[in-house]
Design a protein around this ligand. Structure first.
Ligand code: SF4
Length: 117
């Protein structure tokens, strides 16, 4: 199989072509650097995405605080992670960088606040 991807590892956005059988990579072409090859391989074998959302806050200035994962999580777990995030309410005060959910669903990623509240 062959798939055309746009590398998102830097703003150049190279068009990368990956040839693969199931999850075995045969070749990666079109990338300008090694990061593009790594991106393409991950995208085929274990696609991940950074997760951004918001969490409810009790007693804060605003009713929610924005959060993000401190590293990408597997793409096929985004929906389940969102369910966990939506079920959480934290008490104010919340400080930027505070870990709101540790190691969400054993992905190795923490959900951290990206603002104060
Ligand atoms: S292949 Fe390298 S140069 Fe091209 S977009 Fe990806 S990281 Fe940037």
């Amino acid at each position: 199989m062959k798939r055309e991807l746009t590398c998102v590892a830097c703003p150049l956005g190279c068009s990368v072509t990956v040839e693969y059988n199931d999850s075995e990579i045969i070749s990666v072409t079109g990338n300008t650097c090694k990061r593009g090859e790594a991106y393409a391989k991950t995208e085929i074998t274990n696609p991940t995405r950074s997760l951004t959302s918001s969490v409810k806050v009790n007693g804060g200035i605003l009713p929610v605080v924005p959060v993000k994962s401190d590293k990408p999580v597997p793409k096929n777990m985004l929906f389940e992670c969102m369910k966990v995030i939506n079920s959480v309410t934290v008490e104010a005060p919340v400080t930027i960088g505070q870990v709101i959910i540790e190691n969400i669903l054993d992905t190795g990623a923490d959900i951290v606040a990206t603002n104060n509240n």
